[in-house]
Design a protein around this ligand. Structure first.
Ligand SMILES: NC(=O)c1ccc[n+]([C@@H]2O[C@H](COP(=O)([O-])OP(=O)(O)OC[C@H]3O[C@@H](n4cnc5c(N)ncnc54)[C@H](OP(=O)(O)O)[C@@H]3O)[C@@H](O)[C@H]2O)c1
Length: 262
């Protein structure tokens, strides 16, 4: 179980109401860590908060769109009086997918703002005091999509590549100060967001992870950064990192079309 003396007494989960975020909340609360949960929809947010309070910890909620201009200020205010030892940046499934040149630039800007800007800002806000204290953790949620370019989600894939490389640099800088950084790379995971997006979870042979397993592995692997691929099998990531790029990018695109039923 995660060490509350090292990662507590408070954790902030950006995207803490559903799916993997809700499982992180449950497992951290079980370990005795108090929580600030952030998400847009107040209903699932309150439900998750209520459910994890059964572990006897204090749980605050902030119904906040991370894209709003005042998001970082509001988050900082919500935990200004407590010590945050863990920040998990979970929100970040693709919010706008389209062929790039015919797509809406503002839609793409939203993906960049959530998956890059907000991730950097929260890592900065919470990482600096962790560095001072010489303990704590930052977990960023990555994707297998971040290992190669993809059609209709080129910006999402690129943002996840950014996240992974950023996590590696942050890990390098903070490890000597006793702070753990992990990019937790997910494969297909049965979350409400993916179900709403119409993902076909029933393709024969496809591995589908459950949010509880993903969260458990992430928390276990937090001291072992900079990158952990859920399930521990690095072969798919290695295969996507090689050359020639044209064959790899086209092959992955064909698999993705099948997954999305296109
Ligand atoms: N599920 C998969 O198969 C899969 C695969 C690879 C990587 N991942 C990564 O895993 C993470 C979690 O994915 P997910 O499938 O659970 O979907 P998600 O849409 O990222 O939702 C996760 C949480 O974030 C919140 N959220 C989303 N956008 C937000 C915003 N703009 N402001 C505030 N809160 C926001 C959601 O609540 P609200 O909707 O109420 O705001 C929910 O609590 C993401 O980073 C994703 O890229 C997932």
């Amino acid at each position: 179980m995660i060490d509350k003396e090292f990662y507590g007494p408070w954790a902030v989960i950006a995207g803490g109401s559903e799916g993997v975020g809700a499982s992180f909340a449950d497992q951290l609360a079980e370990a005795g860590i108090n929580l600030l949960l952030i998400a847009r929809k107040p209903g699932p947010l309150e439900e998750t908060a209520e459910a994890v309070r059964k572990h006897g910890v204090e749980v605050r909620t902030l119904a906040q769109d991370l894209l709003a201009d005042d998001a970082i200020e509001n988050i900082s205010k919500a935990v200004a009086d407590v010590e945050v030892g863990l920040m998990i940046f979970n929100a970040g499934a693709n919010s706008y997918g389209h062929e790039f040149v015919t797509g809406d630039l503002d839609g793409f800007r939203g993906v960049v703002k959530l998956n890059i800007d907000r991730q950097l800002e929260l890592s900065h806000v919470f990482g600096a005091p962790m560095r001072e204290r010489g303990r704590g953790g930052i977990m960023l949620l990555g994707s297998m999509a971040g290992y190669l370019g993809a059609e209709h989600q080129s910006i999402y894939a690129a943002s996840k590549a950014f996240s992974r490389i950023f996590a590696e640099g942050l890990w390098l800088e903070l490890k000597e100060h006793g702070v753990h950084v992990l990019e937790l790379v997910l494969g297909v995971t049965r979350t409400p967001a993916m179900a709403r997006a119409g993902l076909n979870f029933d393709i024969p042979g496809m591995v589908v992870w459950e949010p509880e397993d993903v969260a458990r592995q992430g928390l276990e692997q937090l001291p072992n950064g900079p990158v952990y691929i859920v399930g521990g099998d690095t072969s798919a990531a290695e295969a996507r990192s090689g050359y020639p790029r044209d064959k790899m990018v086209e092959g992955a695109a064909a698999a993705m079309r099948k997954l999305m039923g296109r």
